[in-house]
Design a protein around this ligand. Structure first.
Ligand code: NAD
Ligand code: MG
Length: 303
């Protein structure tokens, strides 16, 4: 089935089991943070399918990790829903990021690319300042950048990695939200990105899983603090998604071919399949939703 123009869209009915490639994925390896454009198969971020309906008219959205994966899917959807998009990513990801800049501009919206390392406090301040300089405010803030590096044995988990995972996943969340809130008006929306790992941690993701639990708790506390200001804070908790994070150390190489197979839907999710969760929480249709977690897991149970 297709829409009235004959085009397949995110709303075209389909069987979720067979809608996308199933394991096994071909063996592959990249050094972190990896590039979506070098993955096989290439993830679907909704480039060819997402059709907007003016749900974010003239909103200013900041998305961290917007170059690839879940953040890219959110950035594409936001632009097609009418938002201007500020893209945060690491400098080494410029090739992926420029593809997203082009897609945002093709949607008729402004894109502002702000490369930087958010594990450093100043980069978070710069990201917000550049947004305010260009657009005057922040309406939607998606905190999505993340570091995940699997380590089998605690004896091999270094303090350096533990620190860097916390700086990227937790400290940056504190720094970027603290910087952005003064530039948010009532109706603004903050969306953080947790994980099923917060609830059912894998033994080889000690540091990562712990940060995801911290993100949940931080988000629920901040939601209460900001509610009187009319600023909502919600969490998206993904299950297994086919992204650069997983093939650049997030999963050990031997786990990549079968990645996603254990989910009840039998496969990894594609970033396009989670974009709608971010759109829903970003736009005014969810005006009474704050402090919530929207789990998108392919059926893996969550609390
Ligand atoms: P991804 O690699 O495509 O995106 C993560 C992005 O984080 C990178 O593109 C990079 O731009 C950014 N990033 C990492 N370190 C950074 C730093 N120091 N400074 C600035 N940016 C930095 O992978 P993804 O899976 O789309 O990840 C997005 C989010 O989803 C992460 O928070 C991840 O933990 C979460 N998540 C992913 C999965 C999954 O299975 N892929 C599952 C649960 C949660
Ligand atoms: Mg990336």
């Amino acid at each position: 089935m297709s829409d009235d123009t004959g085009t397949v869209t995110q709303n075209t009915p389909r069987n979720p089991v067979t809608a996308y490639p199933q394991p096994e994925q071909p063996p592959q390896d990249q050094s972190a943070p990896g590039l979506a454009q070098e993955m096989d198969p290439k993830p679907d971020h909704g480039e060819d399918t997402y059709v907007g309906a003016n749900r974010l008219p003239d909103r200013v959205a900041v998305v961290t990790g917007a170059d690839s994966g879940i953040g890219r899917a959110a950035a594409i959807a936001f632009a097609r829903e009418g938002a201007d998009v500020v893209l945060s990513y690491l400098p080494s990801e410029e090739a992926d990021a420029q593809e997203v800049v082009a897609l945002v501009e093709q949607a008729g919206r402004r894109a502002l690319a702000v490369p930087g390392d958010l594990s450093q406090e100043q980069a978070n301040l710069d990201l917000v300042q550049k947004t305010v300089d260009a657009f005057g405010r922040v309406d939607v803030l998606v905190v999505n950048a993340g570091k995940q590096t699997a380590v089998e044995d605690i004896a091999e988990l270094t303090t350096e990695q533990f620190d860097q995972t916390f700086r990227t996943n937790v400290y940056a969340l504190f720094w970027v939200t603290k910087a952005a809130v003064p530039h948010m008006q009532p109706g603004a929306s903050i969306i953080t990105t947790s994980s099923v790992q917060a609830y059912t941690p894998s033994p080889n993701l000690l540091d990562y899983a712990t940060t995801k639990s911290a993100i949940n708790t931080y988000s629920k506390a901040l939601a209460q603090q900001l509610a009187p200001k009319g600023i909502r804070v919600n969490v998206v908790a993904p299950g297994p998604f086919w992204t650069a994070l997983q093939v650049s150390g997030g999963q050990p190489p031997e786990a990549r071919p079968e990645f996603g197979a254990q989910a009840p839907l039998g496969r990894a999710g594609q970033p396009a399949e989670i974009a709608g969760a971010y759109v829903h929480l970003a736009c005014a249709e969810s005006s009474y939703t704050t402090g919530a977690t929207l789990s998108v897991t392919g059926g893996d149970p969550t609390p």
